[in-house]
Design a protein around this ligand. Structure first.
Ligand code: B1M
Length: 211
């Protein structure tokens, strides 16, 4: 199972075949799971391009999301590392209010879990009050926000302000990710850090946690 084929299966929305293909790549061909993840993500980027060009419509976007989730069910255990820390740093993850994209956030969550972090995943379309409440309840020291939509990036600022108003901003590091963001914009919106992809996200978060 070569990487091009995996990319193609995502683009062609082969929701029934993708799990077997990922299994074959990992178990028969002994491919690196992170390279498999890259091949799948490349497919999602092409789906996004086709959607922009109006070759694909919302139905295809939905199916692409389902296909990626099927792939990830197989990939997730393979991405797990043996890098477990003794003391568990608590992290809250959420996709911001108004945004229903959760695949990137879920990948980050799985990688963090397998690195020994304690994850509180609030899901997608999450408002600032829910995040503030969860920080109070858990004493989490890191909040990771994901957003893929240009129109929802401003919600990062809303979360930053809400944490500030609640007197919690000093106790948490706020890290964000998602295609419409970059470090400059992230900082402008009040975040402490930005990561380009989930692997980078884990590195930055480990840094915050002093690991
Ligand atoms: Co939507 N969508 N979508 N979509 N969708 C995009 C994002 C888009 C770029 C497609 C396009 O036009 N080219 C575009 C956004 C344009 C923009 O605003 N800039 C778009 C649009 C317009 C929309 C709708 C508005 C369409 C409509 O309704 N007319 C709608 C919005 C709904 C809403 O959210 N309110 C919509 C809906 C959907 C579905 C729900 C159908 C589905 C999502 C399913 C799901 O997530 N459960 C979907 C999909 C699948 C996509 C694309 C094709 C793929 C997204 C994806 O899963 N990528 C996407 C095009 C694209 O991304 N190229 C697109 C794979 C995933 C692994 O990557 O999530 O980016 P990603 O995560 C990356 C990094 O960003 C980073 O790490 C991951 C990789 O390692 N990362 C972090 C993410 N979060 C991080 C947090 C971190 C660190 C790193 O630290 C905390």
């Amino acid at each position: 199972m070569d990487f091009e084929k995996l990319t193609e299966l995502i683009i062609e929305l082969e929701v029934d075949d993708i799990a077997d293909a990922v299994k074959e790549a990992l178990e028969v061909d002994d491919k690196d799971p992170f390279d498999v993840l890259n091949a799948l993500t490349k497919g999602m980027d092409e789906v996004g391009r086709r959607y922009e060009e109006k070759e694909y419509y919302l139905t295809e976007l939905v199916l692409a999301g389902e296909t990626m989730k099927e792939a990830f069910k197989i990939l997730q255990p393979a991405l797990a590392t043996s890098d477990k820390s003794q003391v568990k740093t608590k992290i809250i993850l959420a996709t911001v209010k108004g945004d229903n994209h959760d695949i990137g956030k879920n990948i980050l969550g799985s990688l963090l879990l397998s690195s020994g972090f304690e994850i509180y995943d609030l899901g997608m379309d999450v408002d600032e009050d829910t995040i503030v409440q969860k920080v109070k309840e858990t004493g989490a020291t890191i909040v990771g926000l994901s957003t893929l939509l240009t129109m929802t990036v401003e919600h990062i600022k809303v979360v930053h302000e809400a944490l500030k108003t609640a007197g919690l901003r000093e106790q948490v590091k706020l890290i964000v990710g998602g295609a419409p963001l970059n470090m400059e914009l992230a900082k402008k919106l009040g975040a402490d850090d930005f990561a380009d992809d989930a692997v980078e996200g884990v590195k930055h978060i480990k840094n915050f946690a002093g690991m």
